[in-house]
Design a protein around this ligand. Sequence first.
Ligand SMILES: [Zn+2]
Ligand SMILES: [Zn+2]
Length: 338
Amino acid sequence: MRAMLFEQVGRPLRVVEHEVPIAGPGQLLVRVHACGICRTDLHLLDGEVTIDSPPRILGHQIVGTVQDAGEPVPPRPADGPEEPTLPAVGDRVGIPWLGWTDGECEWCLSGRENLCPHARFTGRDIDGGMAEYAVADARFCLPIPEDYPDEQAAPLMCAGLIGYRALRMCGEARRVGLYGFGASAHILAQVLSAQGREVYAFTRADDERTQAFARQLGVSWTGGSEDLPPQPLDAAIVFAPIGELVPLALAAVAPAGVVVCGGIHMSDIPSFPYSALWQERVVRSVANLTRADGHEFLALAPKVPVHTRVTVYPLEQANEALADLRAGRLQGAAVLVP
Ligand SMILES: [Zn+2]
Ligand SMILES: [Zn+2]
């Protein structure tokens, strides 16, 4: 099969002929129809998030069809009694970032498998979807809502899921600010406006194109990241990996407001006076996802309904897609098709 291989930090991905993987016990072999790219892929390329044992096939927003299944394995305590029926040959599935957990640590057993210290992640510790086939643990595959074409469904797998988990950390916030209007924010803006909340989008000061795109998606106010919104926000989510945005977002939230950092990596956060945090303001991060997040969000997305805006690239142009993401040339999400 064709695959895009990560070999070393700082090097572009390389097109290779790779053996089709074989589904082991509890695993599925999935024929990849589409694979979204994510800012995390840039962090992996740049070594800001480490790949312990390269070479590795990246890609953790996979949509495909189950082609073959390995021997079934018995369920584990953390898989829970409500574990949905596992996918079977012929089903369309999604493969997200969380690829495997031990199922027996205190985090897994308390509904926080996103924090499992032994978790393995798709496209980092396990070969991912920038290829014609991928193998995944059946218990971590997610159902794809029927009405979504493959390319439109792919960005739901990480951009959508991480955005959704970040939103949950915002509680009942009515006025929500989004710093960085990329793949996650363009999905979340649609969810927020369907829920009747007010959305404020902060972009680079002169990025009128992205601000116009945000307003098309129900965002009520757009501005530069240094601007203050017309009224204080109840919550802000920082998707851009820029630490300077954290004190700016804190200045934009009301007392008890929460600032959620949605990325896996961020540049250092500059120091700020305690008064910026005073009055019960909160700064927190959101890490990975649980399978429960996945099932909840994929049930919600067609009800909104979320329409993803995607730019499709052939698999072999993964480096071009990543360069476009890095340069901020994309509106919405980028998706590779083999
Ligand atoms: Zn665990
Ligand atoms: Zn991602």
